[in-house]
Write a protein that binds this ligand. Structure first.
Ligand code: PGA
Length: 248
């Protein structure tokens, strides 16, 4: 009942020429929602070249502010104006390399949802936190910060990506069972905060070294509704293979 979603996060990669080539090689089936998140400067290009296709376009970030003296920032309303549909919020690289706090991530989630865009909220523990048995507590803390400020209505289209930090860009994937266990925990947290019906509607993506050869086993899990794909989204062929793995 939840439509699978596969989102590609290009991070700081791409060129005008390679983006165009990628777009011409990607044609997903209608049974999977597909989103690509290029660097912000390429959003207009990708919206243009993907027009009329099944591929939607997302931003890797957005400001928590609507307008004003915030040099370098991009408002959610500006993304909406362009035709962007999704926004990644609180990616672990933003949290760790750019010092985004849980509260700032929560404010961004709110700003994005209020602009009628779909937030892809990233949560996940570091290796140290997992080894210390803190996975659940970390995810709970990250989610609670958002529950505290974003009321139920803002969760309507929201997506959560569980991305264990130790699996991102490392080639070390969580096993399907490990990932499913955390996804189930997240679903339970959503149920407690939003109620059963709303919790069942939120799509939960797994992220962290998703590849063509491990995607299917991950996506088969009950509470894994697709993936947030970094490195493997850069090659159209690999990305399409991952999308195919999400087809039911
Ligand atoms: P990866 O990145 O697929 O390269 O591990 C995932 C992500 O950071 O979203």
């Amino acid at each position: 009942m939840r439509k699978p979603l596969v989102a590609g996060n290009w991070k700081l990669n791409g060129t005008l020429a390679s983006n165009r080539q990628w777009a011409s090689a990607v044609s997903p089936p209608p049974s999977v929602d597909v989103v690509v998140c290029p660097p912000a400067v390429y959003l207009p290009q990708m919206l243009d070249v993907l027009q009329g296709t099944q591929v939607l376009v997302g931003s890797q970030d957005a400001s928590e502010h609507g307008s004003g003296a915030f040099t370098g920032e991009i408002a959610a309303s500006m993304l909406d104006e362009l035709g962007v549909n999704y926004v990644i919020v609180g990616h672990s690289e933003r949290r760790s390399l750019f010092a985004e706090s849980d509260q700032r991530v929560a404010a961004k989630f709110t700003a994005v949802a209020q602009a009628q865009l779909t937030p892809i909220l990233c949560v996940g523990e570091t290796e140290e936190e997992r080894e210390a048995g803190q996975t659940e507590a970390v995810v709970q803390r990250q989610l609670s910060a958002v529950f505290d400020v974003a009321d139920k209505g803002l969760w309507q289209n929201a997506v959560i990506a569980y991305e264990p930090v130790w699996a991102i860009g490392t080639g070390r994937t969580a096993t399907p069972e490990m990932a499913q266990a955390v996804h189930k925990t997240i679903r339970d947290m959503l149920t407690e905060a939003l109620g059963e019906d709303s919790a069942q509607q939120v799509r939960l993506l797994y992220g962290g070294s998703v590849k063509p050869d491990n995607a299917k086993a991950l996506f088969e899990q009950n509470d894994i509704d697709g993936g947030l794909v970094g490195g493997a989204s850069l090659k159209a062929e690999d990305f399409m293979a991952i999308v195919a793995a999400a087809e039911e």
